[in-house]
Design a protein around this ligand. Structure first.
Ligand code: 1HN
Length: 353
């Protein structure tokens, strides 16, 4: 044979349409894949999240959560939580493509045992009083609207010393950490960690604009609780003194007082206010978000689909979904998203229309 192509390559090279399917089968057997088939999906013209916009009404979820309280104890469950699963990601414990959210119930007298993990967590208190979470040796009490963080690898356990059920929303970077396979977890030897700081110590020490000369900057906030009382007062002051952002409304962000970064390195959170009848301009950004109603009623249109959000209702707003928010009466809502990750990786974009 006087061909320049070696025989084995000539045999493996498709010479006709008939040989084409054989060629692709052979590729798969060699663990090779043709990029020309997947290129446009791998590198889309713009983000196309798998998650879809979806709202959970708190009043619909609460009876199921209370029933869970009859079926299993916090100790048995480790965490008695109903996961908010995005309908486009069923079975994956994801509220958006990169974030986890769930509603956690703790009954009077119960303790959810101490553990720690590399996933970062936030708690947004939703219902009832008398519960606490202990973080890094400090007990932090929860009242509705409070924003509390559990930085990565800090010991945490929860308890309810009141006389009624308490519910909060957990937000974690679980899907992101799963994707990176960077999850570690440890169970504490005791159900509850030893408390060795007074309640309010992290606020006194880090929430007063005071740092020691040798206090170092930390990747998560050393301040564990941002009370709704203070957040609400700050927001109302801003309403009186500042102009509104036409796309996002009045907004305060929960930041790390050591460096001004988001309170958690992977999850950004803020509280926003819209005046009565205010309607934001159409907006989208690459981060996937979760909105939680706090006061008043909102109508949120996401990619043309309307959602109504009253106090404690929860809405998943996937990244790059164009949305407009309208307040029926003066409305306050909490939100969290994966924006800090996008920003650190220079991937974050927004579109203000
Ligand atoms: C977790 O540690 C808590 O500590 C709640 O309350 C929900 C979901 C996934 C992984 C860890 C908690 C969680 C979680």
């Amino acid at each position: 044979m006087n061909t320049a192509v070696p025989n084995e390559i000539a045999q493996a090279t498709p010479s006709s349409a008939a040989g084409e399917s054989l060629y692709y089968e052979q590729l798969a057997r060699q663990n090779l894949a043709p990029l020309w088939v997947s290129l446009s999906r791998l590198v889309p013209e713009e983000p196309r999240p798998t998650a879809r916009a979806y709202a959970w009404r708190f009043s619909d979820a609460l009876p199921y959560l209370l029933e869970a309280g009859e079926r299993i104890t916090a100790e048995q469950a480790e965490r008695r939580v109903l996961v908010l699963e995005n309908p486009a990601l069923q079975g994956q414990s994801r509220v958006t493509d990169t974030l986890y959210a769930g509603l956690q119930l703790i009954l009077p007298g119960e303790v959810a045992p101490a553990h720690r993990h590399t996933q970062s967590a936030l708690r947004f208190a939703m219902h009832g009083c008398g519960a606490y979470t202990a973080v890094d040796g400090e007990r932090v009490s929860m009242a509705p609207g409070d924003f509390i963080i559990t930085p990565a690898w800090t010991w945490h356990d929860h308890g309810n010393v009141g006389d009624s059920p308490v519910v909060w929303l957990d937000g974690l970077d679980v899907p992101l950490v799963s994707f990176l396979h960077s999850g570690f977890r440890q169970q504490h030897e005791d159900a509850a960690q030893t408390v060795h700081r007074a309640e309010g110590e992290s606020l006194l020490r880090y929430g007063s604009g005071l740092l020691r000369p040798d206090d170092s900057k930390t990747s998560s906030s050393p301040l564990f609780k941002y009370s709704y009382e203070r957040t609400r007062a700050a927001l109302h002051l801003i309403v009186r003194q500042e102009s509104i952002d036409a796309h996002r409304g009045y907004e305060v962000r929960y930041v790390n007082p050591t460096n001004g970064d988001p309170a958690l390195p992977t999850i950004g959170a803020s509280m926003r206010l819209l005046p009565k009848s205010y309607r934001t301009r159409p907006y989208r950004s690459t981060d996937g978000a979760v909105f939680v109603g706090v006061e008043g009623r909102l109508r949120v249109t996401v990619n043309g689909e309307p959602f109504f959000l009253g106090p404690q209702d929860i809405l998943a707003v996937p990244g790059w979904h164009l949305h407009q928010i309208e307040a029926e009466d003066e409305a306050v809502f909490f939100s969290f998203s994966d924006a800090p990750v996008h920003q650190k990786l220079s991937l974050w974009r927004e579109d203000r229309q």
